[in-house]
Design a protein around this ligand. Structure first.
Ligand code: RP5
Length: 161
């Protein structure tokens, strides 16, 4: 049963959002990935959000670009935590996506991540950290991931003469 839902406004977002999916898969997290558009499939968006908790989804990662209302609208219809990923847009390079997602009015939060691939990967890592609160083996795996990352930097060499 999927623990994490990964949704995006278009399949054109996949190139960014696959970084969330890849990170979840690397930790063995069961997840589902769907295209759900706030303005083009609003009924599907409501149905997805309303059914998420009863289907066992514990965190939703939602990515969208432009006037990116998907994360906020999903958050409006569920109390499952929503992690928003601003997808780079064609004309404003995702600054529009970022501001659309991050500027939620008080009362319905969306945790907002960086624009693009880093945001997608970090949203997945944040979801993993949330799940790890109740899954000790996952907490160990996350600590090992961090340690490996630390060692990679400690081992970095520079091409000095
Ligand atoms: C948004 O519009 C999507 O999240 C996507 O980032 C953007 C463009 O969608 P397409 O025209 O590529 O389907 O809803």
């Amino acid at each position: 049963m999927a623990q994490v839902g990964v949704v995006m406004g278009s399949n054109s977002d996949w190139e960014v959002m696959r970084h969330a999916a890849d990170q979840l898969a690397a930790f063995g997290i069961e997840f589902e990935a769907r295209v759900v558009s706030a303005h083009r499939t609003p009924d599907l968006m409501f149905e997805y959000a309303e059914s998420a908790r009863e289907r066992g989804i514990q965190v939703i990662i939602a990515g969208a670009g432009g006037a990116a209302h998907l994360p906020g609208m999903i958050a409006a219809k569920t109390t499952v935590p929503v992690l928003g990923v601003p997808v780079p847009s064609r004309y404003l390079r995702g600054e529009d996506s970022l501001l659309s997602i991050v500027q939620m009015p008080k009362g319905v939060p969306v945790a907002t991540f960086a624009i693009g691939e880093a945001g997608a990967a970090n949203a997945a890592l944040f979801a993993i950290a949330m799940l790890a609160n109740n899954q000790p083996t996952l907490a160990d795996a996350l600590a090992a991931f961090r340690q490996k990352q630390t060692q990679t930097v400690l081992d970095m060499a520079l091409p000095l003469e």
